[in-house]
Design a protein around this ligand. Structure first.
Ligand SMILES: [Zn+2]
Length: 287
């Protein structure tokens, strides 16, 4: 059994871990960019990208430093992008909420689950691999937001990791007596069709103007990880809604402004993943 204090401590640590990984993901996006351009790595990851000054540890604390410095370098006042802050706070919230939805129930039912080691291992694996996927997706979203590209290697990595989540979820369904394996497999296929299919059709139909070739592969990774047609439908709906809200003012302001869809897909996915897992829990808590 798990008491409230221990649970709060675990969730707090997961929040901090998420923030650290958000910061890490942002650095990885920059590193990937430097490698892609054939430029030398910055060597140290704690360097201002404008003045190349080394940052002190206290200027490198995820979330807090950005807020204290108001998104600017202490020395040259060069802007530290909003993407850094968004990925830190986004992953922190995602790690926190998903731990509440996945990890806490596992820990609370540890004694019962320990009687079924395979089931327990699979549940923990889904949780951990989902978090790994979130970090990869954050690198992709930051890269796409900054440079309008989705690195191919990272795209395929996200599909492989998404497929791992799907296989594990289907395996869990096939193990549990109450689980509806065929229904689950149908839902997974439907989700892939809805999410990746829609992006592929828009990509082809618009002659690559509205959507890049990488977007439907990214959507495929998301659909696999969700393994649910209803959540996939919400993701594509929400991604378009977010895209419209952000893109419309820009499109009206500037003549030619290309908006990249990747960050919206990833943001929508994270929101749907959190709500899809936490809303049922909230409903129970409310009653
Ligand atoms: Zn600077």
């Amino acid at each position: 059994m798990l008491d409230g204090v221990v649970m709060a401590l675990i969730l707090g640590m997961m929040f901090i871990l998420g923030a650290v990984f958000g910061s890490f993901a942002c650095c990885q996006a920059w590193r990937w960019r430097y490698h892609a351009k054939g430029e030398n790595d910055l060597g140290q990851w704690s360097v201002c990208l404008h003045c190349k000054k080394r940052l002190h540890w206290y200027d490198n604390v995820p979330i807090i430093s950005w807020l204290v410095l108001r998104g600017r370098c202490r020395y040259c006042h060069g802007k530290i992008g909003l993407a850094d802050f968004a990925s830190e706070i986004g992953l922190a919230i995602a790690f926190f909420m998903l731990s509440w939805a996945y990890l806490v129930p596992i820990l609370q039912n540890w004694n019962i689950l320990a009687l079924h080691p395979l089931f327990l291992t699979l549940q923990v694996a889904v949780f951990v691999i989902t978090l790994i996927l979130l970090v990869i997706l954050t690198v992709l979203a930051v890269y796409d937001a900054k440079w309008g590209e989705l690195p191919t290697v990272l795209l395929f990595l996200s599909v492989i990791v998404g497929a791992m989540v799907a296989v594990l979820k289907m395996y869990i369904l096939s193990l549990s007596e109450s689980g509806d394996f065929e229904g689950g497999a149908l839902s997974l296929a439907g989700g892939v069709l809805i999410l990746a299919g829609t992006c592929f059709v828009i990509y082809k139909a618009s002659g690559e103007r509205l959507m890049g070739g990488g977007d439907w592969i990214l959507a495929l990774a998301l659909a696999l990880a969700l393994s649910d047609w209803w959540l996939s439908l919400w993701t594509i709906f929400l991604a378009n809604l977010l895209g419209d809200v952000v893109a419309l003012p820009k499109a009206l302001g500037k003549k030619k402004h290309v908006v990249y869809f990747g960050p919206f897909l990833v943001t929508a996915f994270v929101i749907v993943l959190i709500l899809g897992n936490c809303l049922p829990l909230l409903m129970i808590a409310w009653k």
